[in-house]
Ligand binder design. Structure first.
Ligand code: ATP
Length: 343
């Protein structure tokens, strides 16, 4: 049987008349980097707090490593939570912040010292032990919070938007560091984020939340390439959704379909169709935006509707892009990029 670090069964949580979590079943494997992804208010933080034990479910249960912990207090669960605001003790040095959990557990002093120094080395903070949190940058504070989490060697690390307070460049760097750290320590990481790029970059698997429920669980590639619902298709990346009349006209069948903007090629209107296996439509470029590495075009189709198309700027200047506005074009993509969305 597959080992599950975390298992959620029929989990529901209401706050008065608000249903934050509306029935969640989920298994997170041992050693996985797992993300709970969804828009604000979709219930992901509440699920994390239910795993940690800061909330009690209205219905359903939480298992950790095969043991039902639903009735246990947070400190009785083999998990550690890293919060967005880091929750460091401002009056303590970095070393004492990291050592705190070991001290509470009366770990002998020599071992405490060794483990604190190992944890600080793991997060790249050798030599920072004597500083106080106020004397550190945001990224360094985040690392202290991680070291403090790792030092207790929990079986599961719960991370609530841990990079949310950092600027974009630092966030990207910390994303790859966090992923590398997780590989190194082999602990199960459960990350809450509303940032789809972050989830796609770091996760082994992702659960996409919407209105208190999970809409899809899968690897980043599965979520991106084979969205299970139109919500997933539009929340994760940009998607052109074809349904109703435009599905019948363009795809030639009823239903809902998704085509990613980067899969569509922009050709001259006079260009011949791309051969068998391709869908082609004609239209007029309503908007053309140069974004540095890529350009984005909004194309009004002759038969009605609008498609978003994205193109790499390998050979294109900002002027070339601007000149496309108002021109007639043919759009083409291979049939395999028209993905049926089940709902
Ligand atoms: P965000 O990214 O904004 O944190 P989220 O997806 O993590 O959003 P939750 O924080 O889980 O969402 O909240 C889900 C719903 O439950 C929201 O409507 C929220 O207002 C409500 N909620 C959460 N905690 C409480 C609480 N302690 N009391 C009342 N309502 C709550």
């Amino acid at each position: 049987m597959e080992a599950h670090a975390v298992r959620l069964r029929g989990l529901r949580k209401s706050f008065g008349s608000t249903t934050a979590v509306a029935g969640v079943d989920l298994g997170i494997r041992d050693g996985e980097f797992f993300s709970l992804l969804g828009p604000s208010g979709s219930g992901k933080t509440t699920v994390l707090r239910l795993i940690a034990g800061f909330e009690t479910p209205t219905e359903g249960g939480v298992e950790l490593a095969g043991r039902d912990v639903t009735a246990l207090a947070p400190f009785q669960r083999d998990v550690h939570t890293v919060f967005q605001d880091y929750a460091l003790f401002p009056h303590m040095t970095v070393e004492r912040n990291v050592a705190y959990a070991l001290k509470v557990r009366s770990t002998p002093k020599a071992e405490r010292r060794r483990r604190v120094s190992d944890a600080l080395a793991q997060v790249g903070l050798d030599g920072f032990g004597a500083r106080r949190p106020a004397e550190l940058s945001g990224g360094q504070r985040q690392r202290v919070a991680l070291a403090r989490a790792l030092v207790g060697r929990p079986r599961v690390l719960l991370l609530d938007e841990p990079l949310g307070a950092l600027d974009l460049k630092l966030r990207e760097r910390m994303q790859s560091e966090l992923k590398a750290l997780q590989r190194e320590v082999g602990i199960t990481f459960v990350l809450v984020t509303h940032d789809q790029d972050e989830a796609l970059t770091m996760s082994d698997r992702i659960a996409v939340f919407h209105a208190g429920r999970i809409e899809q669980v899968g690897t980043p590639a599965e979520i991106y390439e084979r969205p299970a619902t139109s919500f997933v298709a539009s929340f994760v990346g940009t998607s052109n959704l074809l349904d109703g009349e435009s599905a019948r006209r363009i795809v030639g069948a009823p239903g809902t379909y998704s085509v990613r903007p980067e899969r569509i090629r922009v050709l001259k209107e006079s260009a011949s169709a791309d051969g068998p296996g391709h869908t082609t439509v004609t239209g007029t470029v309503a908007e053309a935006v140069y974004l540095g590495d890529v350009s984005r075009f909004l194309v009004d189709l002759d038969g009605g509707g609008r498609l978003t198309v994205q193109r790499q700027n390998s050979d294109t200047s900002a002027e070339d892009v601007a000149a496309c506005r108002g021109t007639r074009v043919r759009l083409a993509w291979h049939h395999r990029h028209t993905v049926r969305v089940p709902d």
